[in-house]
Design a protein around this ligand. Structure first.
Ligand code: SAM
Length: 167
């Protein structure tokens, strides 16, 4: 899976060229490239150093080896755009709003429960959103949902997608 998600590409126009972006659990950085190409400054954070090393260097890219679940994100960290693709940790997500400037954009996509039921992945139910859960969750965390797809089929997987603005 090296191509960026269509969910990011669909929202790319809404992201300013001078935006600062945090790609949470970025892996090999498939979402960093379109943002860097646009001119954004990107923080790619992942606990897997080898995955981060796979991202082509760029002056506007910072690779950050960090376990976001045990260490959390630094209190003072604030960006314009937050990406969280193929990653779900409800405890951490509950505080993501603190790390976005007011009006900042969160783009999120991960498995819907139907993927586990039909394709057997992920193994842990906890890594999937239930139907309707993600929208409710982010609203309760102070986000305004600007777009969402819940239980949508994409490339043989069932996904939940959220685009939300920090109020
Ligand atoms: C399925 S990959 C998704 C990578 C990327 N977001 C994408 O969509 O291509 C999940 C990533 O989450 C990272 N990850 C899992 N737990 C993490 C943690 N506690 N702190 C930082 N990264 C973590 C893994 O190392 C892995 O690179």
């Amino acid at each position: 899976m090296s191509q960026p998600s269509p969910w990011l590409l669909q929202h790319l126009e809404q992201i300013h060229a001078d935006a600062e972006v945090l790609d949470l659990a970025s892996g090999c950085g498939r979402h960093c490239q379109p943002l860097l190409a646009k001119g954004c400054r990107v923080w790619a954070v992942d606990r897997d150093m080898h995955a981060l090393q796979g991202i082509a260097p760029c002056q506007r890219l910072r690779r950050w080896v960090w376990d976001v679940e045990t260490a959390g994100l630094p209190e003072a960290l604030q960006v314009d755009v937050l990406l969280a693709f193929n990653y779900l940790h409800r405890g951490l997500f509950a505080t993501l709003g603190r790390h976005l400037h007011r009006g900042g954009l969160l783009l999120h996509e991960t498995f819907h429960i139907r993927n586990r039921q039909e394709n057997g992945r992920p193994r842990r139910e906890h890594f999937c959103w239930q139907q309707g859960e993600a929208e409710r969750f982010f609203r309760q965390c102070g986000f305004r949902i600007v777009a969402s797809e819940d239980g949508v089929a994409s490339a043989g997987r069932w996904l939940t997608r959220i685009a939300a603005v920090r109020e």
